[in-house]
Ligand binder design. Structure first.
Ligand SMILES: [Zn+2]
Length: 354
């Protein structure tokens, strides 16, 4: 793969429609003041925002798309933009290294984008861009703006500063103020298909077929989740080893003394960042135990099918469903900032059916 391909729109996997829409804006030279990229986590929304910002500022002498779809070597940049940033000019290199003064990134600090962050942005935007032809403000997780921050942003969207493009990303439209929605051109990103995640894993990691299937199903449409799983601290199979350990622990819960449940809760609570992943593994395991009763070919942990078959026969659907509910309840409480260790203790006791 040449350097050029490594940062163009063709690095986005399984996002044909959004790429078509963005390249068509570039070829027409009609860059909106505000764009909203909507879609699940880890599908390439921020990558697309970065490439778009590069394309709108690239000064490389390359072929340019004309509005009629023809390609010209003309580098008159006022009328149209390249759909393939060069990656070598000063502007491209600064954006790639994250050091461009006119590409401003905002993301939640903690769980919120706070009014202070938007006020600081407002002060910055009152000044002219330093050097960019098109300054970009990329707001990741715009759904995390509280009402105050949202209203402050709205004022800027209503009177957009010169040569400034806003790109907001969000999980779903309904999380944003309708007044903000109406100011943005919306572009929908899809979950990445299992097939595309599998072929991505095949190109980049040394997995067998079965492993690729498990990783792609667990990634649930998110390419970056698949990547994180495959880049575990102990190598690509670290995730599988940890999954096996977690499933063994989950299976042994009901035969253990309560002291060891409490110890497990404490151990898990020490890695707060990994909790969602832990709960995902447990829920998928429990779901496999239910699914195996009806569609054994549809389980996710297909390498453990013998074990799943054996345990599935021993447990009723009602009991499994109530265990799944126990894990979901724990996730909701953790999302709402409940005490992590206590929440896990209660969840493990319910899983052990004490
Ligand atoms: Zn360039």
């Amino acid at each position: 793969m040449s350097g050029f391909e490594a940062f163009g729109f063709n690095t986005l996997i399984d996002q044909k429609l959004p790429v078509q829409l963005l390249t068509s804006l570039l070829s027409k030279g009609t860059i909106p003041h505000a764009l909203l990229f909507v879609g699940p986590n880890g599908v390439g929304k921020l990558t697309a925002a970065g490439i778009f910002a590069m394309a709108c500022n690239c000064a490389g002498k390359k072929d340019y798309l004309l509005p009629n779809g023809e390609i010209t070597a003309n580098d008159s940049m006022d009328l149209h933009y390249t759909a393939d940033p060069c990656g070598r000019c000063r502007s491209c290199r600064k954006i790639l290294s994250g050091n461009h003064p006119d590409i401003i990134s905002i993301k939640p600090s903690g769980s919120l984008i706070k009014i202070g962050q938007i006020r600081t942005l407002c002060n910055t935007l009152a000044l002219k861009p330093y050097e960019a032809k098109n300054r970009f403000v990329i707001i990741a997780g715009a759904h995390a703006m509280n009402k105050e921050a949202g209203n402050a942003l709205l004022k800027m969207l209503e009177e957009p500063p010169n040569r400034t493009v806003f790109i907001l990303t969000a999980l779903q439209k309904s999380d944003l103020l309708p007044t903000i929605l109406s100011r943005c051109q919306q572009i929908m990103f899809n979950p990445v298909s299992c097939e595309c995640i599998e072929s991505f894993l095949e190109k980049n990691y040394d997995f067998n077929n079965g492993e690729r299937k498990i990783y792609s199903k667990m990634a649930d449409g998110s390419l970056s989740k698949a990547q994180q799983m495959a880049q575990g601290p102990g190598g690509p199979r670290y995730w599988l080893i940890r999954r096996n350990w977690l499933i063994d622990e989950a299976c042994a819960l009901s035969s253990r003394p309560i002291g060891s449940l409490l110890a497990l809760a404490e151990k898990l609570s020490k890695k707060k960042d990994a909790i969602t992943e832990v709960l995902d593994v447990i829920v998928t395991w429990l779901r496999d135990l239910v699914i195996h009763k009806y569609y054994p070919e549809k389980i996710v942990n297909s390498d453990l099918s013998d074990k799943i078959k054996k345990i599935s026969l021993q447990e009723s659907v009602e009991s499994l469903v109530s265990k799944i509910e126990a894990v979901r309840t724990a996730q909701r409480k953790i999302d709402a900032n409940a005490n992590l260790r206590l929440t896990l203790e209660i969840m493990l006791m319910r899983l052990a059916q004490l």
